[in-house]
Design a protein around this ligand. Structure first.
Ligand SMILES: C[S@@+](CC[C@H](N)C(=O)[O-])C[C@H]1O[C@@H](n2cnc3c(N)ncnc32)[C@H](O)[C@@H]1O
Length: 421
């Protein structure tokens, strides 16, 4: 149970977080760096209450229109709405006005359930987008609620270093609540969130943290040993490492990105994973002359495009307040340009995989349709056919579309195209 000092500090952190000028985790890390004396338990209470506030912000905002100006009230509301505390339990932390305000907040329960934005805990710009792409209210509410749950910890077994069944047995024998992921053949789901970065299986490169959905995207590339592959937007290499393992360390895998810092994070991970065939390369942009030598050479190119990230709201609930329709339009232009440039690297008969961690058609199907309208000589490979030998969620259409409410992964989209000339 949170104490008075922790509540005051939560309010101080919320005054910054709720402006949404920066990612919540960045603001919170900087806040904790300034509060050196705080213990682990203090940090946990503050962080949990900050994230509960963001997760329940639609309801809180209904009663408190500018919550960053009244962050103590926002935090108290989060304790009651998000952290399951009764008003009685928090009454020693409140003055009389605050207590009365909490009572009124609770009285609005049925209003909250009757309005789409508060029932789904999604801002109106996003519920509008989802409705425009044909989602009905029940789907939107189911999605919104599914992303209010914290994500479990999914890890991928590096097939160069271990077999999933054996590793799963080791983790279970250590008393961890662990089970095989339902769809990815390499995945293990952990429910207790152990500090994995000190675990010998992590330090030895047997395990990597990776959401099951992200594992499935790598699986979909179908990349094989000895091939030439490109991960065009590799970031810190989540999918690069999985592709490297699929290639059994043979062939060449280029990990490209514009962000030096992210690629730098890939390097120790490659070493841990025992992969020597990955070539990280920073590029200035998608037209960088340094990649011209790969034109028409790659067997497989993955474009895990920069996107709104709206499929990852379980981990980054503040994104729904930091994104907007205008932002999505700017991202669409970037995605179009990257996909176009990356496609030129694919050899005849090779594969191009376009993926995002977004649930918006504007970033997904629409990009694919635009690409196919502007480019001839490409064929869509239905995802169900590609992955028929693997367990895969039932899915309509040719694309992989993962949604937290149905598949318990982050939301992902992926399409596979083959170059036919
Ligand atoms: C969705 S993230 C990739 C995540 C990564 N694939 C993983 O699995 O961890 C998108 C990445 O695209 C990179 N990016 C943005 N613009 C780019 C460009 N023009 N060319 C290549 N990469 C770009 C960003 O720096 C970011 O790392």
């Amino acid at each position: 149970m949170i104490n008075a000092q922790q509540l005051d500090l939560t309010a101080a952190a919320l005054a910054q977080v709720l402006t949404f000028r920066q990612p919540a985790d960045v603001v919170l890390s900087a806040f904790f760096r300034r509060q050196r004396k705080l213990g682990v338990r203090d940090r946990q209470e503050i962080a949990e209450t900050v994230f509960a506030t963001i997760r329940h912000l639609q309801k809180i905002q209904k009663m408190l229109p500018r919550p960053h100006n009244k962050p103590r009230r926002a935090a108290l509301a989060a304790l009651v709405l998000g952290r399951g505390l009764s008003i009685h339990a928090v009454k020693s932390l409140c003055d009389a006005e605050e207590k009365q305000w909490l009572v009124e907040l609770k009285e609005h329960k049925s209003d909250f359930a009757a309005t789409l934005a508060t029932a789904a805990e999604l801002p109106e710009w996003l519920t509008d987008c989802l409705q425009q792409q044909g989602w009905d209210e029940n789907q939107i509410i189911a999605f919104g609620r599914s992303v209010m749950q914290a994500a479990p910890l999914d890890v991928r077994v590096n097939t160069l270093k271990g077999k999933r069944d054996k590793i799963l047995a080791v983790l279970q024998a250590e008393g961890l609540r662990a089970e095989a992921t339902p769809y990815s053949p390499w995945g293990i789901r952990l429910y207790d969130k152990p500090a994995l970065n000190r675990h010998p299986l992590f330090l030895d490169g047997v395990l990597e943290v990776q959401d099951e959905g992200s594992q499935l995207l790598a699986l979909l590339t179908g990349v094989k040993r000895g091939q030439i592959a490109v991960d065009f937007c590799a970031g810190a290499g989540g999918k690069t490492l999985a592709m490297g393992a699929m290639m059994a360390g043979c062939g060449r895998l280029y990990a490209l990105d514009v962000a030096e810092k992210r690629l730098a994070n890939l390097k120790p991970r490659m070493v841990r994973a025992g992969l020597t065939n990955i070539h990280p390369q920073r590029i200035d942009n998608e037209h960088d002359a340094r990649i011209a030598r790969l034109k028409g050479k790659a067997d497989c190119v993955l474009v895990d495009a920069p996107c709104s990230g709206l499929g990852t709201l379980r981990r980054n609930p503040d994104l729904k307040y930091r994104q907007s329709g205008d932002n999505v339009e700017a991202l669409q232009q970037q995605q179009r340009s990257i996909l176009q440039a990356a496609s030129t690297l694919v050899r005849s008969g090779g594969r191009l995989i376009y993926a995002t961690c977004s649930i918006l058609e504007a970033e997904n199907q629409q990009q694919l349709n635009d690409f196919l309208a502007a480019n001839t000589g490409w064929h869509i490979e239905p995802v169900q056919t590609l992955l028929k030998s693997h367990a895969l969620p039932a899915m309509q259409g040719d694309y992989l579309q993962l949604n937290t409410s149905e598949h318990h992964t982050d939301g992902f989209f992926a399409a596979v195209l083959t170059r036919i000339k």
